[in-house]
Design a protein around this ligand. Structure first.
Ligand code: ADP
Ligand code: MG
Length: 441
């Protein structure tokens, strides 16, 4: 299949050619002709399969005809994070270079005034995160009555981040007669329900089974007897592996900086990426990583979601993710576009249950590596090894915070670890302040 068989215009084909793409990916080959016919599309494909171009390319041609009025954008793309929104915007720049379409990016964390000025000029393509868009709408700065195409990208992540109510609100103010394109890597029941509600007679395109892990990723578990041994385990692994560039995922945002500090102490070029960093810092960090000035990004699930960083050699899970679906997303960061990748997950004895669910989800046993770090202590006998009451209380407090955390994950546009917001770990702990947080638990 070639791009020129899909019905795209010459200016778009020329831009694709210059981008160096030889042939469409499966989702592009299937979605583009259908979108050009102005049909609704439900696209289910794992990360790295080229979903972005599958909607930006035909949209450029559909929008090429008309002209936007001030404050009334003609198309709307909703994206869960600022980084993803920025990547979509770059896609429109790159593929739309021979078309004169205007676009605006409406995301949290940057100046609202400038975004409003852009809107006043009239935009063909509006790319937004849900929170900021509603904010502007409620202030009367934007009219959504002229939206002809709606794209919901990374719908499953919107769900994880608690954006569904915002999404519902936004869709309720859009004109009912429009083209809707809906993309997601996975299709949990609430997402299926939304898709049924928003799409009319859609063409469903499924590129790989939901929740399947990339076949070209070799996966390993690394048994660590105690969480305090994680730095040792990681470093041992790091020296053995030929790591060119990698993501390290931590479950808790407060561990990210500590892990980075540990890396730097070992002379590894690492940098953090999480929701507490301001937008310019994050953009800069991502730029340095893409340019190869930083080898390892230590990040949270939300900060990393969907970021397009080609050819990553490794993914390390500092922690087993709490949500099994996140495992699939994390390891999907390597082994993209035909390259092979390696994914390692550090596990402590407590992880057994979640690991069981993960292995069930991906439908296979993950191979266990023994780095010779010693064996896990035997399971505690009743009372003998019970922590003292004060520690137990801390543990309970922590568990409560985690539960809360899960309940209202992410109100803002980016990751907000609620246990941090609530000051759950502010007490330095039994080890004092000079000990990294990941040793303090
Ligand atoms: P997804 O949204 O499915 O996670 P992206 O749209 O971010 O995937 O694309 C992943 C990567 O694949 C990007 O680096 C993109 O430039 C590249 N890519 C997309 N389409 C093609 C193509 N037809 N040929 C080669 N590379 C492509
Ligand atoms: Mg994407």
């Amino acid at each position: 299949m070639e791009f020129k068989e899909l019905g795209l215009s010459d200016p778009v084909l020329k831009a694709i050619d210059e981008a160096g793409y030889k042939e469409p990916t499966p989702i592009q080959a299937q979605a583009i002709p259908v979108i050009l016919m102005t049909r609704d599309v439900l696209g289910i494909a794992q990360t790295g399969t080229g979903k972005t171009a599958s909607f930006t390319l035909p949209m450029i041609d559909i929008l090429a005809g008309g002209r936007a009025k001030a404050r009334m954008p003609r198309s709307l793309i909703l994206s869960p994070t600022r980084e993803l929104a920025a990547q979509i915007s770059e896609n429109f720049e790159k593929y739309g270079k021979y078309n004169k379409l205007t676009q605006a990016l409406i995301v949290g964390g940057t100046s609202m005034d400038e975004q409003i000025r852009n809107l006043d000029r009239g935009v063909d393509v509006l790319i937004a995160t849900p929170g900021r868009l509603l904010d502007l709408f409620e202030r009367g700065k934007i009219l959504l009555a002229d939206i002809k195409i709606l794209v919901i990208d990374e719908a499953d992540r919107m769900l994880d981040m608690g954006f569904i109510p915002d999404l519902e609100k936004i869709v309720s103010i859009l004109p009912p007669i429009r083209q809707t394109l809906f993309f997601s890597a996975t299709m949990p029941p609430p997402i299926k329900k939304l898709a049924d509600k928003y799409l009319s007679n859609p063409k469903t395109i499924t590129v790989s089974a939901p929740s399947s892990t990339a076949e070209n990723v070799e996966q390993f578990l690394v048994a660590v007897p105690h969480f305090r041994k994680k730095p040792d385990a990681f470093y041992k692994l790091y020296k053995k592996e030929d790591v060119k560039n990698a993501f390290i995922f931590c479950n808790r945002k407060r561990d990210i900086n500590d892990v980075c500090r540990f890396m730097k102490g070992k002379g590894i070029k690492a940098a953090p990426l999480h929701g507490d960093m301001d937008q310019s810092e994050r953009t800069k960090t991502l730029g340095s990583f893409k340019a190869g000035e930083i080898d390892i990004l230590v990040c949270s699930d939300v900060a990393a979601r969907g970021l397009d960083v080609p050819a990553m050699s490794h993914v390390f899970n500092w922690d087993v993710p709490n949500h099994p679906e996140d495992y699939v997303h994390r390891i999907g960061r390597t082994g993209r576009a035909g390259a092979t990748g390696r994914a390692f997950t550090l596990t402590v004895p407590n992880d057994a249950k979640v690991l069981g669910i993960i292995q069930k989800l991906i439908g296979k046993q993950i191979e266990m590596l023994d780095l010779g770090l010693g064996h896990a202590p035997p399971p505690p006998k009743e009372d003998a090894t019970r922590p003292p009451p004060a520690l137990r209380q801390r543990e309970r407090r922590h568990n409560r915070a985690e539960k809360q955390n899960r309940r209202h994950r992410h109100i803002d546009d980016m990751d907000v670890d609620l246990d941090e917001k609530k000051g759950g770990d502010k007490d330095g702990g039994a080890f004092g302040d000079d000990v990294p947080a990941f040793l303090r638990r």
